[in-house]
Design a binder for this molecule. Sequence first.
Ligand SMILES: [Zn+2]
Length: 234
Amino acid sequence: MGVMRTNAYEVCHLDGRLYTGVFKDLSRMNHSCSPNTTSYFDRASLSKLLFAARDIPAGTEITSQYCGLLQPRAARVQMLKPYGFRCTCTACTKPLESDTNRLRISRMKDAVPAIVKWAGNPALPDDLLLRPALAMLELIEAEGLEGSPVHIRALYHVVLMMQVLAVANAPDARMLVYALKWATLSWCRMEVDREQQAKFKKERENVMAAAMVRAGLAPGGKGKGLGDVQGNTE
Ligand SMILES: [Zn+2]
């Protein structure tokens, strides 16, 4: 039991149960609050696949996460207590700055509804939602949270905006359809349930329909008030 408690990873939720697993190499990795890897459980092969979350210089320790990374340091210290060590990662050595940043990141809103409204209204500036989205991504990466769900979500916002803007100049509108399929399928690679996948599919369809309006490929969209779209993604 002791080995399970200190070395097991959450694997997946099935039929309302949480499954965990101990892995020969992965379970030996140390924790960092800015881990340089992210992992994905492949149900078909019953194996945990490890990915670099960012470029890792040669000689750097490979790290993973043992606890929620958006919690303030004091809460992380409590969550890490059972593992019997005190984290000394970069985020833990400058907690005031890091806690403030992580609180802002944890409050990031789902920008997809705003993106749909913006895409469907050609009167709104192209970069209305892009500037805050890029600032959020810079903050997430400065905290070393690449590969985390919040990073994937923030990247998704920018990818959607890029696709909306690209369709106006695309030589073939099918480019947008395929780009959005890519965005949806890459979401499905994350460990999301069917309900979430259906949500992403709906989001994709809404953004695609609005992008067609912005590109002049579909009627409507004109005359919406600027107040319809919140300029912030946080
Ligand atoms: Zn730490």
